[in-house]
Design a protein around this ligand. Structure first.
Ligand SMILES: [Zn+2]
Length: 402
């Protein structure tokens, strides 16, 4: 698939260039740097296959625990991969709205089809791919970080002994480098307020198990799994190591085989676990292995020396949004009315109201709707339970609420 890695990356980077060309990315200075991600659909019903970018996101920030809101009006996590994922979910919901008026079966839009189960799925010829401009934070990037780091700083960061890491709890950011396989919160500066958002590696592992669509959309969609993750910015000489790291981080088998062993015993261990597969059975969810690919395509804002505060979010049915601290930039204008980020839970809730997802057959409200996605909830609970690959996942108040 290597020929197509560059196509997937370029499909996303071209969207960035389009906004840059329109002057929409003026906040970026020459020295600015950020992480960029996008989600691409690939349709193999034609030769050559068609590629379509459905969402992009950029950003490296998340809100500290002290600034989280329970109203769902701000994005807690503005890392690029997470914004691209939320953009893809919003795109799916809007794409669904286009098909609901049409015939109840068969091919419904260019990309979606109604499966025999009644749920909507990607067409058989369509697959979903994530592009990201650097190795996702968390478990997948620990060794790369250690190799890159000044030895003195590395020693300091790993000064805690491995026994400091409590089995079944999330490690903070980049602490304890060599606790390979551990769940981690988002990294931040050592002096910053701690975040309780989980790292992108952990979220990607969750998507490989439960799909990217989340709880509410699982009522209408079959689980939507990523087929590959294409990464740029990794020198050729480091790619073998990076593949090993990513394969461990995004596989429940390897996470379960790993925690806290030396890298040599973790990398390249057998990629199968009938024990996990037979214990974790929650139709229609099933672990989907994600292919890891690399590309030399360069994301333009990847070399500056200052991480920019702004994030961007866009999906192919919407407008570009610029976010700061999880909120729409400049949204408190003369009217003092705050414009909700379209990817916030509150905005998704109101979209679902428009599409009559909120008032369902039994008149359930959104919260109840989310709870009623019982197959998803049960599958997720089992993954986060003691001994599960997501044990130690920090569930926020907002997660509990909706
Ligand atoms: Zn991240």
């Amino acid at each position: 698939m290597s020929d197509f890695n560059a196509v997937i990356a370029n499909t996303c980077v071209n969207v960035w260039h389009k906004f840059e060309g329109k002057g929409s990315l003026r906040f970026l200075e020459k020295s600015s740097r950020t992480v960029f991600a996008g989600i691409v659909l690939r349709d193999d019903s034609e030769t050559p296959p068609k590629f379509h970018c459905i969402s992009i996101g950029s950003g490296t920030k998340c809100l500290p625990q002290s600034r989280l809101t329970e109203e769902g009006d701000a994005l807690h996590d503005s890392h690029a991969e997470v914004l691209a994922r939320r953009g893809a979910v919003r795109w799916l919901i809007e794409e669904w709205s286009r098909l609901s008026d049409q015939s109840p079966s068969g091919s419904l839009t260019k990309w979606l089809i109604r499966a025999p189960s009644g749920l909507v799925a990607l067409k058989d010829s369509v697959s979903m791919h994530l592009y990201v401009s650097s190795i996702p934070c968390g478990d997948a990037s620990m060794l790369a970080l250690a190799l890159d780091q000044d030895p003195t700083v590395a020693a300091l960061k790993d000064s805690g002994s491995r026994s400091d890491v409590q089995e079944g709890t999330a490690v903070r950011g980049r602490d304890n480098y060599f606790a390979f396989g551990a769940l981690r919160t988002k990294p931040g500066r050592a002096d910053s307020m701690p975040s309780i958002s989980m790292s992108c590696s952990d979220k990607i592992l969750k998507w490989a198990l439960l799909g990217i669509q989340g709880a509410v959309a699982s009522l209408r969609f079959q689980p939507m799994y990523l087929s590959s993750i294409i990464i740029s910015g990794v020198p050729v000489g480091n790619r073998n190591t990076a593949v090993g790291e990513c394969e461990r981080a995004f596989s429940p088998y390897r996470r379960l085989q790993r925690r806290m062993f030396a890298p040599s015993t973790v990398l390249r261990v057998s990629d199968s676990s009938s024990a996990f597969d037979s214990a974790w059975k929650f139709e229609p969810f099933a672990y989907h292995r994600v292919e890891i690919g690399f590309t030399d395509v360069e994301f333009p804002a990847s070399r500056g020396d200052r991480f920019c505060n702004e994030s961007i979010a866009w999906n192919a049915h919407g407008q570009l949004e610029i976010l700061v601290n999880g909120r729409t930039q400049g949204s408190l204008g003369a009217s003092k009315r705050r414009k909700l980020p379209t990817l916030s839970r509150a905005a998704i809730r109101s979209l679902l109201g428009e599409y009559n997802w909120v008032i369902t057959r039994e008149g359930m409200r959104y919260n109840a709707t989310k709870q009623s996605s019982s197959a998803y909830q049960a599958a997720r609970a089992q993954l986060m339970a003691s001994g599960g690959p997501l044990e130690g996942w920090i569930v926020t108040q907002e997660d509990r609420k909706i």
